[in-house]
Design a protein around this ligand. Structure first.
Ligand SMILES: Cc1cc2nc3c(=O)[nH]c(=O)nc-3n(C[C@H](O)[C@H](O)[C@H](O)COP(=O)(O)OP(=O)(O)OC[C@H]3O[C@@H](n4cnc5c(N)ncnc54)[C@H](O)[C@@H]3O)c2cc1C
Length: 425
């Protein structure tokens, strides 16, 4: 058995941000354990790169606002483009609520504007079809687009420079907690049972990585070494896999892993060039819930299929996804997309909670066990703000940069304490 100070389970964008935040506060002997630090199936590598602070719950607005300020301060390194979010509405009641929430968002300095359909089309001249269906739009100029992999790389390299150890190809197979008697009294330590795994390289030619991350089992022939890592602080940052970990402690989780697909769309840019500066556009969220933005000469478009069943499913439906869900919605709103084509796409996991807000804080009843996961479609944009506040909570006993107590899992005991996020894509 090895004893270390902190174990962070999961080295996605959340685990990496937390490792850096803790190390920057002087915490030493931090170990981040991940099966797949290359992130082939990590949501942090598979997302759409949209970042906004325009949520409906103050804790989500504030943590995202802090992240955006941080991204802005290093915009070149992170490929941060402050090109705004344009959100279209065809439902009057929904738009009225967005209008109401824009007041709260503007108290956080977000400068959200309410637009008529005509003003929305002027802001984004791509939009030229079926505008009569719309009742209005919101425009949030301080939101934007980012390269999430660059952000994660930054967190990780800064953490490494401060001595954090990232243990790649290590799978957390078990977790236990026990009381230890010492000179200063009784304390509780947590421990994780870790398997060093053979043959799960980044290329994943054999499908071994996917098999493990969907079945949660390590085949006998891939077990190179088994060890127990005991620690004073343990943090569950396993994203969509956080429930597998909690289950081993007998904790019933509310999170579900749900597949989300996105694709790159090719279209005739030359035909558009005379009237639209396509690369200057930000994120557009259509009233049909399709979202899209410019991405490396293409359009990146995503859509959450409402009846998608929960599960650890990484299948990508390819051209079927594009033809059934993406193309009809794009072409319905913009004639430039009447002729466009599927380039490629992929799927990743959303970790979805009943109120669509993430979970962060101390796990009630288990001293020294913390968690930060289930950020649904918000993990990149919440990473800096939540990691900073949680690191403060762990080191100082309270979060001073932002009170993240509302994000604690205990909120699910009473529906009144839920943090519903309706504009969830
Ligand atoms: C299609 C899609 C689009 C999205 N778009 C956006 C967006 O535009 N903006 C935004 O902010 N967010 C977006 N998100 C959400 C965002 O990507 C996630 O919230 C965020 O990446 C979660 O990060 P994480 O570190 O919690 O989890 P992950 O990045 O999934 O990391 C978890 C890690 O745990 C590892 N792991 C799992 N089990 C074990 C184990 N037992 N032992 C060791 N390691 C283990 C995995 O290998 C993985 O590396 C999107 C997500 C998807 C899927």
């Amino acid at each position: 058995m090895e004893h270390v100070n902190v174990v962070i389970a999961g080295g996605g964008i959340i685990g990496s941000a937390l490792a850096w935040s803790l190390a920057a506060r002087g915490v030493r002997d931090i170990h981040v354990v991940d099966l797949d630090l290359a992130g082939i199936y990590a949501s942090s590598e598979l997302n759409a790169g949209g970042v906004r602070a325009t949520w409906w719950q103050p804790v989500n607005i504030e943590t995202c606002r802090q992240s955006l300020d941080f991204f802005r301060s290093r915009s070149e390194a992170f490929g941060f483009r402050e090109q705004g979010y344009l959100w279209l509405y065809d439902d009057a009641e929904h738009f009225a609520r967005a209008r109401e929430k824009s007041k709260l968002q503007n108290q956080h300095g977000l400068g959200v504007e309410l637009l008529s359909p005509g003003e929305a089309a002027a802001r984004c001249p791509l939009l030229d079809s079926n505008l009569h269906e719309l009742v209005g739009a919101t425009w949030s100029p301080r939101d934007g687009l980012i390269n999430p992999n660059a952000v994660r790389r930054f967190y990780r390299s800064e953490a490494e420079a401060l001595g954090v150890r990232f243990r790649n190809r290590h799978y957390i197979d078990g977790v236990v907690t026990r009381r230890v008697e010492g000179e200063t009294g009784t304390r509780r330590v947590c421990a994780v049972d870790v398997i060093e795994v053979e043959g799960v390289d980044a290329a994943d030619d054999s499908g071994a990585l996917r098999e493990i991350l969907t079945s949660h089992r390590i085949p006998r022939e891939r077990r190179r070494r088994e060890l127990r890592l005991e620690c004073d602080v343990l943090v569950n940052c396993l994203g969509a896999w956080s429930t597998v970990f909690s289950g081993k402690l007998g904790i019933r989780d509310v999170t579900e892993a749900v597949r989300r697909q996105i694709c790159l769309v090719g279209f005739d840019r030359a035909a558009l060039a005379s009237r639209v500066d396509f690369d200057a556009l930000g994120m557009v969220v259509d009233a049909s819930d399709l979202y899209f933005h410019p991405e490396a000469g293409h359009v990146l478009a995503g859509y959450s299929i409402p009846e998608e069943a929960p599960g650890f499913d990484f299948a990508y439906d390819g051209a079927d996804f594009f033809e059934t869900f993406v193309w009809p919605r794009l072409a319905h709103r913009a004639s430039a997309f009447e002729r466009c084509g599927h380039v490629r796409g992929w799927s990743g996991l959303y970790a979805v909670t009943p109120d669509c807000s993430g979970i962060a804080g101390l796990v009630p009843g288990i001293a020294n066990l913390f968690e930060a996961h289930s950020f649904t479609g918000r993990g990149v944009m919440q990473s800096y703000g939540v990691a900073r506040a949680l690191a403060e909570r762990i080191v100082d006993g309270r979060s001073s940069s932002c009170d993240i107590a509302p994000l604690g899992r205990q909120r699910f005991a009473t529906r009144e304490n839920w943090l519903p996020e309706t504009l969830h894509i």
